[in-house]
Design a protein around this ligand. Structure first.
Ligand SMILES: [Mn+2]
Length: 354
């Protein structure tokens, strides 16, 4: 496995040198966050990104994410232009050696949480999801809370320019079924996968977070059956998955070890996020440290699966806690993610010894 670390480019307060200092860190997972979804990424911005990582002696093989414009998800006639832009962006990225491009297909909202800084017993803080604070409230209320709690940090997936159009977006999604959303995903994949193939890039869809319908919006990347349907629809290795133990693991019915092993054996998993979550009795969940015993995800078991199949793709520690007084982007502080990266490598190394 190749250990990587998410980097927010010019918006990131953590220097690349610090990331490089984490033992075993081979590269960063980057993106361009000031360009709205749907636009073609200018080569000058891409080149700059690469020069920065090269100077820091880190690879930039994974881009997370090239976001999919809502018109593509909605299946509007205007989608074709946005799909052309997507192809063009893939071609630009391939010039710089990008191997994996992550995206998601969640309507309107990227990930959803009720609290970005829920204190744990040890006074660290984490992202949390309380059903009654999300599933029974007006989406605008939730948006306001998230933006207030982000303390000025740009939150991936929560770009303000998108959120100002929220009422209109909800109108547009009225009557949208899972099947129609899925058809729109397939339409997108049928066009971009051949270009990805030409470019030697693997696309990797990130699961829905949380993996169930929120605010009545359809969701189609929730479980093993959904993942099966997606990879079968366009049966090419370039149509891949970004398996995320935190997103899929928020639903206790998802058998993570089985899902990971199955799709890794099919060679459809170019990229993995590992994070741990703790489930509460009432179905709520919150994030915790990566250590296996901290939560409900069998982190040791997952690394065992990766090791058993000598997983050669990219992996990154997903959200961590905020610890040691760090004032960072919620979920993306330096310290706890670094601990997670080293913890996972410790498990891997001990398996190598056996
Ligand atoms: Mn994830």
């Amino acid at each position: 496995m190749k250990m990587t670390f998410r980097w927010f480019g010019r918006d990131d307060q953590i220097p690349l040198t610090y990331m490089k200092q984490i033992p075993g860190m081979t590269g960063v997972v980057g993106g361009i966050f000031h360009i709205p979804a749907g636009e073609d990424w200018p080569e000058a911005d891409v080149r700059q990104l690469f020069e920065q990582t090269k100077n820091a002696n880190l690879s930039l093989d994974v881009i997370e994410s090239v976001n999919v414009h809502e018109d593509i998800k909605l299946g509007l006639p205007t989608r074709d232009q946005y799909i052309e832009n997507y192809k063009s962006t893939l071609r630009t990225l391939s010039k710089y050696g990008v191997k994996v491009v992550v995206y998601n297909f969640m309507p309107i909202f990227d990930w959803t949480r009720s609290d970005l800084a829920m204190p744990l017993e040890d006074q660290s803080t984490v992202l949390a999801y309380a059903r009654d604070q999300i599933e029974n409230v007006d989406p605008n209320e939730m948006i306001e809370r998230i933006l207030n709690e982000s303390k000025g940090h740009a939150m991936p997936g929560w770009e303000p320019e998108r959120l100002t159009q929220i009422a209109k977006l909800f109108e547009q999604y009225e009557g949208m079924t899972e099947d129609r959303l899925f058809e729109n995903l397939v339409y997108f994949l049928e066009q971009v996968v051949p270009v990805a193939k030409e470019c030697d890039i693997r696309l990797a869809i990130h699961p829905d977070d949380p993996p169930w319908s929120v605010f009545g919006l359809p969701r189609i990347v929730k479980n093993e059956a959904d993942l099966d349907r997606i990879i079968e629809a366009v049966d090419e290795p370039e149509n891949g998955l970004a398996l995320c133990s935190g997103s899929l693991g928020a639903n206790r019915d998802n058998q993570l070890n089985r899902i990971f092993e199955k799709f890794i054996m099919m060679d459809r998993v170019p990229f993995i996020h590992i994070r741990n979550v703790a489930h509460l009795e009432n179905g709520d969940f919150h994030e915790v440290a990566h250590k296996d015993s901290s939560g409900s995800v069998d982190v040791v078991g997952l690394i065992k699966v990766l090791h058993k199949h000598q997983f050669n793709g990219y992996l990154r520690p997903d959200h961590g806690r905020m610890i040691w007084g760090e004032d960072g982007r919620p979920g993306y502080g330096l310290y706890d993610r670094a601990l997670g990266a080293v913890y996972m490598q410790g498990i891997w190394d001990s398996l190598e010894e056996e």
